[in-house]
Design a protein. Structure first.
Length: 682
């Protein structure tokens, strides 16, 4: 493992649990065959280190066998099959959720039998029985509604019975799951909602669900909706080929969702058995509920449903060591990654900024938009947003006053790009050389640079940054204008800006909700979708190809900003998982290591530049994460506390002191740095 700390690579340490939706080869009532199929998939799940396996509804008996459910010999065979399944999986680690018809007190129930290492933990009866169109379940089964607190003797074991069961692993704090069956999921108030409010983070559905045109989309919609609404994972498994096709057909759709996002899906209409596997982030789910007060209010409104559930504990020691991660991680979590929705997502992000700026400008008495244009990414994006805002308001783009303000380290290429962009966009362009004013200020201060010494300290840098903003505000006064801020979310997170009358300040921070990685992508999207003319696109490409530098220190900018404070792609990754989910630093390091340790085309969005397809080892990730934690939690909050207004763009969060992030300006990074150090010292 080299420099990987002991235990660091174990997924359970970081709050993950591995789940699977199983699609066995079905039969038309051959119980022995069905049990063999379940055993085979349970063994495969054990080899793949799966913690929880969800089988389809009535998979041990078959679903489409009609009046065979009323035959004692058939039901005896099912119970014997349950006993055999328990015996033959007693040495296997996964918890198994299998479907079977179960007799109790003269009635037959459509049930999920929950097994762990050969023990039946509980039996959950189906609550809502469909009896319409092609369904006739009430002909054979009784509802489980109202059967709370019951017990059952089944296959030589005694177990809790009822719809009021939650199952919780003793060794994994957040491994708590609830079980519902097929139609329960389609009900106006699914039982899993109560299960989630009672504390279940995983919601499992054993389904038969025959296939008709469009039904797969309906299942996906319900799974996504329930996982998002309940801040949970939803594991769904439907019956596959082999069931009787007398009147129906089956596709074997299995899927795993988390907070509305599809993590994994099975093949459909395949003859071979399959396990659809994904690692669920239970810590993320718990933290989402913690920060969403509506969830707790709903639990209160439901009468604290945990009081109405029996919590069934079971022993489940987590797998040790590095078992891999069965989960696709996004290297660029702020960047849209849905191919089918790519243009729509980018269109929304861009126009959130456009509409925000347009509305704020309408609310002022100004007649001009004033913006500093450096030829860098941020001012470029702010300028094209301002151009679109003018188009939206029916204003000529000459209402934008663009000023390029070269300093002591301004490069000719960036200045040329700034002028070229202003020209192609048709804005009113001007240049103000800030060097004479900067020299005068430095001389007034008695700074060594004024005497000819090459002293390029923070004062030297901030005199230039401050003068630029000071000029912009005074120019706004002179021209009845409005200063458009260009600083982005990544810089705000790191405090990479000059406070007060510096680039931290503006009348409206149009980029403040957009991280650096998204700004790059939105500019590329604008080119790809023809938002501007070909000449503008040519300039935008030139700007995208340039290195990110502040251009404040002569000769020093050859190394670039990212060499000084770290790669923005990593900092944006850190910011997303800490700001959006509140994940601890060791978990963020683990996620970054999984996402960035090797090249995989699925890990970044469509059309992302090849130059950003880099790898990072764990030592590098730790180094820059420590930089991020110190800058974010300790040295930059005072700047954020004085931030101008800006539109929130991403669900990943913003840093407005009036919005997503409120923190003391005199805080410390010690708890986060200590947690990270402790993880690496294990």
């Amino acid at each position: 493992m080299g420099d990987i700390p002991a235990g660091f690579a174990a997924i359970h340490r970081h709050g993950f649990v591995r789940v699977a939706a199983a699609t066995p080869r079905a039969s038309a009532g051959d119980v022995a065959f069905n049990v063999d199929q379940a055993i085979a998939l349970a063994r495969e799940a054990h080899e793949r280190k799966v913690d929880l396996v969800v089988f389809p509804e009535l998979n041990l008996s078959s679903y489409a066998v009609d009046d065979l459910f009323l035959q004692d010999a058939f039901l005896d065979a099912v119970e014997q099959g349950i006993a055999r399944l328990a015996a033959e999986t007693a040495r296997l680690a996964p918890v198994l959720l299998v479907g079977a018809p179960v007799r109790k007190t003269g009635r037959l129930h459509n049930c999920a039998v929950v097994m762990s290492r050969g023990a039946i933990l509980g039996v959950v009866p189906k609550s809502f029985l469909p009896n319409y169109r092609e369904y006739y379940e009430k002909r054979w089964f009784a509802s489980g509604l109202g059967l709370d607190g019951e017990k059952i003797a089944l296959a030589g074991q005694n177990a809790p019975f009822g719809p009021d069961l939650l199952f919780a692993a003793d060794e994994i704090a957040d491994f708590v799951f609830h079980v519902e069956i097929c139609e329960d999921f389609w009900a106006p108030a699914p039982p899993s909602t109560q299960g989630a409010l009672a504390g279940a983070l995983i919601l499992a559905n054993l389904s038969a669900s025959n296939i008709t045109i469009g039904k797969a989309d309906e299942r996906a919609l319900l799974c996504a909706s329930q996982s998002a609404r309940c801040a949970a994972a939803y594991v769904f498994s439907a019956s596959g080929p082999g069931e009787s096709t007398t009147d129906l057909a089956w596709d074997g759709q299995g899927s795993i969702y988390e907070l509305g996002e599809l993590l994994a899906a099975s093949s459909r209409f395949e003859a071979d058995p399959e396990l659809c596997v994904a690692d669920i982030d239970l810590q993320r789910l718990r933290l989402e509920r913690l920060r969403t007060g509506t969830f707790a209010d709903a639990a209160r409104a439901a009468g604290f449903p945990e009081k109405g559930f029996r919590r069934i504990g079971f022993s489940h020691p987590p797998a040790a060591g590095d078992i891999g991660l069965e989960r696709t991680l996004r290297r660029f979590p702020y960047v849209p990654n849905r191919p089918e929705q790519l243009d729509q997502d980018c269109y929304e992000a861009f126009n959130i900024q456009v509409q925000g700026l347009a509305r704020r400008f309408q609310a002022t008495n100004g007649r001009r938009l004033v913006i500093g244009v450096s030829g860098g990414l941020d001012s470029t994006h702010a300028l094209i947003v301002a151009a679109k805002a003018c188009d939206t308001l029916g204003l000529d783009r000459s209402a934008i006053l663009g000023f390029t303000m070269p300093g002591f380290a301004t490069g000719e290429a960036s200045k040329a790009n700034a002028h070229a962009l202003m020209k192609t966009l048709g804005v009113t362009a001007a240049e103000i050389d800030i060097r004479p004013a900067a020299r005068q200020m430095l001389a007034d201060m008695g700074h060594p640079f004024a005497g000819g010494e090459p002293v390029y300290d923070v004062t030297f840098e901030n005199v230039q940054a401050g003068l630029r903003t000071d000029y912009l505000f005074r120019l706004a006064n002179q021209h009845d204008g409005f200063v458009v801020g260009t600083g982005d979310l990544s810089e705000i997170a790191l405090g990479w800006s000059t406070y007060g009358v510096g680039d931290q300040m503006s009348h409206y921070g149009v980029n403040a909700g957009v991280p650096k990685t998204l700004i790059q992508y939105l500019i590329r999207w604008a080119i790809r979708t023809g938002q501007f003319d070909p000449e503008t696109d040519k300039v935008l490409r030139s700007i995208l190809d340039a290195k990110i530098t502040p251009e404040l220190v002569p000769g020093a900018d050859a190394e670039g900003t990212e060499e000084r404070i770290g790669p923005y792609e990593l900092h944006d990754f850190f910011l997303y998982h800490i700001l959006r989910s509140g994940q601890p630093p060791s978990k963020v390091a683990f996620l970054a290591w999984q996402a960035w340790r090797d090249k995989g085309a699925h890990l970044w969005p469509h059309d992302y530049p090849e130059a950003l397809k880099r790898d990072y080892d764990l030592a590098t990730i730790r180094k820059w994460l420590e930089v991020f934690l110190f800058r974010f939690f300790q040295i930059s909050q005072f700047k954020r506390s004085a931030s101008p207004n800006a539109p929130k763009v991403s669900s990943g969060g913003a840093l407005s002191p009036r919005g997503d992030w409120r923190a003391p300006s005199d805080g410390t990074a010690a708890p986060w740095l200590d947690e990270l150090k402790a993880a690496f010292d294990e």
